[in-house]
Design a protein around this ligand. Sequence first.
Ligand SMILES: [Fe+2]
Ligand SMILES: [Fe+2]
Length: 175
Amino acid sequence: MSEPGDATRTARTQADSIAGLVRHIVAKHHGFARREIGVIKQLFARCEARELAEPETLAAVRRFFEEMADDMLEHLRKEEERLFPVLLSDSPLDDPAKLRDVMAELDLEHEAAGEALIRLQMPLAEAMLPESDGGPLEELRRHLRLIDKDIKDHVNVERNVLFPQVRKAMEPDAG
Ligand SMILES: [Fe+2]
Ligand SMILES: [Fe+2]
């Protein structure tokens, strides 16, 4: 039996690093997004019940948020079903063409998520007024800022760290 060569060792190190990133993303960002979406929906309901802002304004921002949240949950599911199990498997790079396809599809959704955030911040800045010093409205704004920041970090680590690592590992002369 031959000893594993440098190329094999490099491939193993790359695969370990990729798997570690995937676990980090799921534990930190996917978990956070799912929890925050639930919290924010409850806060919208509380603000509506207490009429803490113009009902039409609140309803419009809520509809926008829920649309974004639905897209996001679908995106998380897609990553967890179609990409991450492959990256966590014993032979993650067996089907490079398929991996490239699924990552290209997810990257388009990452771009759309970025645009959605910009659109979300605009109505928030203008329409969630009046300013409130405490209470559910302020909590709502705080949680919207939290999820906004986490989505940006989340998309950044996938687009700029994880995906480039996977693409590099798939190069024929990787390592
Ligand atoms: Fe993700
Ligand atoms: Fe993603």
